[in-house]
Design a protein around this ligand. Structure first.
Ligand code: URA
Length: 242
């Protein structure tokens, strides 16, 4: 197993430039197993390493895969216009890891400012591409509240396919459950711009609230409050790619 200097490990995790990371160690701000380090060149096996930086615990992750319960009132852009960015909900090191121009994690597909629910983020380009490519047909489940009562005809049209203004090829829901007078559960396997809202508008209704409850086999955990994030486990990763 390769071992790395602690300053390089801190750098890879987003704790700042190499110089800043070396400084953190020299100032006695990094602890491993209760021992305060003082040599930035001291080497460790990175895999499975846990440490604290300024008292905050951190577990080494070679690549970052996380889920966020996106709250309403946040934009998925790094440089948002009117609303705060979802990236402000993540700790600094996750936003900075890797350094350079393309630093940090990126959202796997975007949700609208007013949409809530499960959002995945990663710094693994292949994973982001695989999860967001329409060719991979990863099912995403949305819970909707509609302005007008949902009719059986609207459900049939959503399943049969509707034409959106920018594309002559109809888009259809992979599944559509009528869960209440004003409630629908819609499963989509692609992610066009404002797709759910445009599909509902195309059948003569309107989305009042939109929440993404799952991606692939991964369900947003009930104990992850809006605005909270957590690392994906190996089982989570398997459930989305299965
Ligand atoms: N479809 C939409 O219209 N908005 C979202 O945020 C996600 C899917």
């Amino acid at each position: 197993m390769p071992i790395h200097a602690i300053e390089d490990i801190l750098f890879s995790q987003g704790f700042g430039t190499r110089r800043v990371c070396a400084g953190l160690v020299q100032q006695g701000l990094v602890d491993i197993e209760g021992r305060t380090l003082d040599d930035p060149a001291e080497a460790f096996e990175a895999t499975g390493l846990s440490f604290t930086v300024q008292g905050k615990p951190w577990a080494y992750q070679a690549q970052a895969y996380l889920m966020l319960h996106k709250p309403a009132g946040h934009e998925c852009s790094q440089k948002p216009g009117a609303w705060p960015s979802i990236y402000t909900l993540l700790p600094g090191p996750i936003r900075q890891r890797g350094g350079g121009a393309a630093a940090g994690v990126q959202a796997v597909g975007r949700l609208d400012q007013d949409t809530t629910g499960l959002l995945l983020l990663s710094d693994d380009g292949k994973f982001i591409h695989r999860m967001s490519s329409p060719r991979h047909h990863v099912p995403k489940v949305y819970e909707l509240v509609t302005k007008h009562p949902v009719t059986p005809a609207q459900v049939s049209r959503l399943l049969a396919g509707v034409v959106l203004d920018d594309d002559p090829k109809p888009v259809r829901a992979a599944a559509c459950e009528h869960t209440g007078e004003h409630h629908l559960r819609l499963t989509l396997t692609e992610g066009k711009y404002h797709q759910v809202k445009r599909m509902l508008a195309a059948v003569g209704n309107r989305v009042e609230q939109l929440h993404r409850s799952s991606i692939g086999g991964l369900v947003l955990p009930a104990d992850l409050a809006p605005g909270q994030w957590r690392w994906l486990s190996a089982a989570d990763l398997q459930s989305i790619s299965a």
